[in-house]
Design a protein around this ligand. Structure first.
Ligand code: ADP
Ligand code: SF4
Ligand code: MG
Length: 361
């Protein structure tokens, strides 16, 4: 496997796992565990955008929250400049926090309705004792407002005076105030009006291309991920089913789930390898069927074989040629977790399958 610790990575996530327990349904039975994230590894090259894609319930938010250290991992490590974030706590964690920030899905609930824009955007400076002189702070706040497309004259307004897009811009200003090393954006456009989504996507593109901001961009919108991200990681019920350079993965998807996702995007049918031509919009990753380490997609997979229900999918790792537009960025391996990618190990036909080959339930 190509190591994920190449110099130039802002963050390296290794074997990250998070189990949640469901509420007990009986006094006599132990609480059931839900695998929200299963042994996920990837790196975040400096200056890149990594897109994290998957249906609702696939573990995207959990992975983002683990990286932000808002929740504790069950196992695995998150290396930030050589420090394992999964192990640090208290003061050490608070002082590292300024280096990574999050933009939340819902700009309505993530902003304090009683605080002015000024109070919200200057809070990170005050917490970390940066720009203590009021005149210097005022200049920085004005520049920040312009950077996210807001008018510095709006600093003394309340969030309720802004549209959804305006509120998300405030959330972004707050997140980038201290020039963090990376940003986790968790579905930052999904609660916005379609008419303003493109403006916010373009703001993220500008922050990356002009300011070199590194991002983990979480979305279930493949078109946006294709536009914004250099690398993509596709999650299904907590498992990294396929990952690699975005255009490579979208042009030539290997995993049946990736093919399903791509087939669900209107206008993407042409020019991609779509064995089944099945259309389906992104829905919810149902919690039925096997859990990782077995293939969690097996109950929906039209390619399922006998081995798929018995053995965890092997991970095929390919080294792909560097993309010219990503000169200077560490290589990202192309990975696929599926028995199909190892034809020698397969046995044909699943006698328990009741879904005809070539269709989805
Ligand atoms: N605090 C929690 N307690 C129990 N289960 C949780 C908790 N948070 C998330 N989950 C479960 O983990 C899985 C992944 O959830 P989530 O990360 O929110 O997915 P996504 O963001 O892709 O929609 C789901 O099955 C969800 O029900
Ligand atoms: S491992 Fe088997 S069931 Fe899972 S996606 Fe691949 S072929 Fe389908
Ligand atoms: Mg989510």
């Amino acid at each position: 496997m190509i190591p994920h610790n190449t110099p130039g990575n802002v963050l390296e996530v290794r074997d990250l796992t998070k189990l949640f327990s469901r509420p007990r349904t009986s006094l006599f039975r132990p609480p059931e565990a839900v695998t929200a994230v299963h042994r996920v590894s990837f790196s975040l090259p400096r200056g890149s955008v990594v897109g994290l894609v998957g249906e609702t319930g696939s573990g995207k938010t959990t992975l983002g929250r683990l990286i932000m250290r808002l929740i504790e991992p069950t196992s695995g490590s998150i290396l930030f400049n050589g420090t394992d974030l999964a192990k640090i706590r208290g003061k050490a964690l608070r002082s590292l926090r300024k280096h990574f920030q999050m933009v939340f899905q819902d700009p309505y609930s993530s902003l304090n309705p009683r605080m002015t824009v000024r109070e919200m955007v200057e809070e990170p400076f005050l917490v970390h004792g940066i720009h203590p002189r009021p005149d210097a702070r005022e200049k920085t706040l004005g520049e920040l407002m312009l950077r996210v497309g807001l008018d510095p004259g709006d600093l003394d307004r309340l969030p309720k005076e802004f549209s959804g897009g305006g509120r998300q811009r405030i959330g972004i200003a707050r997140a980038i105030a201290l020039n963090p090393d990376f940003l986790v954006a968790d579905e930052p456009i999904s609660s916005l009006d379609v008419s303003i989504q493109a403006q916010i996507v373009n703001l993220f593109a500008r922050l990356n291309q002009e300011d070199g901001m590194t991002m983990l961009f979480i979305s279930h919108d493949l078109s946006v991920v294709s536009y914004l991200s250099d690398f993509v990681l596709i999650l299904y019920r907590g498992m990294n089913v396929e990952s690699g350079p975005t255009q490579e993965v979208f042009r030539n998807p290997q995993h049946p789930y990736t093919r399903l996702l791509i087939a669900s995007v209107p206008g993407w049918e042409e020019g991609i390898q779509n064995a089944h031509g099945t259309k389906r919009v992104l829905g919810t990753a149902a919690e039925t069927g096997p859990s990782p380490p077995l293939c969690p997609f097996s109950h929906r997979c039209p390619e399922r074989m006998e081995i798929c229900l018995k053995e965890p999918p092997p991970v095929r790792v390919e080294r792909v040629p560097p993309v010219p537009t990503m000169a200077g960025m560490p290589a990202w391996p192309r990975e696929t977790a599926c028995h199909l990618t190892f034809p020698d190990m397969q046995t044909s036909g699943d006698p328990t399958s009741n879904s005809p080959k070539g269709s989805f339930e």
